[in-house]
Design a protein around this ligand. Structure first.
Ligand SMILES: O=c1ccn([C@H]2C[C@H](O)[C@@H](CO)O2)c(=O)[nH]1
Ligand SMILES: [Zn+2]
Length: 161
């Protein structure tokens, strides 16, 4: 008889920015500022990501598009790669992500794509400590996940090599 493997993922749903910690609020504000600066002339979909490092350093990234579409890069990976290039040995304490359409002021649910989840998982694995993820949710809400593993269960990592 086949057995069943159930994966439990816990997501805190925060109804407004007031329910965020100060650090989360700062990170989400920076992610929103980053989205406003995105280079997204083709999709007009502006994505911003912010990282909080162990020493409190904040780092931001936005999506960077290209006329050769696949040459562009998502906000999350722009932030993570730049962070790792500048601070190769600092732990990440939080990743915050948001998005909006250029034509609208309000922020939209930001769900990192599969490639960005894989890259987040790499750095989580590297640092050996969970990285909480804060995502803009619908209607001014926020989603808080305790770990990148909650965004990418059954992940491929260096242990599978
Ligand atoms: O997780 C994601 C998903 C999409 N985008 C960007 C890529 C592209 O520039 C635009 C539309 O897909 O949004 C991100 O930055 N992060
Ligand atoms: Zn992505």
């Amino acid at each position: 008889m086949a057995s069943e493997l159930n994966i439990h993922i816990c997501i805190d749903v925060l109804d407004s920015a007031e329910e965020l910690t100060q650090q989360e609020r700062d990170a989400m504000s920076l992610a929103q500022a980053a989205a406003n600066d995105a280079y997204a002339p083709y999709s007009n979909f502006l994505v911003g990501a912010a990282l909080v490092l162990e020493d409190g350093t904040l780092f931001k990234g936005s999506n960077q598009e290209n006329a050769a579409y696949p040459s562009g890069l998502c906000a999350e990976r722009t932030a993570l790669f730049a962070m790792s290039a500048h601070h190769p040995n600092k732990k990440i304490m939080l990743i915050a992500v948001t998005a909006r359409r250029r034509s609208e002021q309000h922020f939209l649910p930001a769900m990192p794509c599969g490639a960005c989840r894989q890259v987040m998982a790499e750095y989580e694995h590297k640092q050996g400590e969970s990285i909480p993820v804060l995502l803009q949710g619908p209607e001014g809400k926020f989603y808080r996940l305790r770990s990148v593993s909650d965004l990418l269960p059954f992940q491929f990592n260096r242990e599978h090599l």
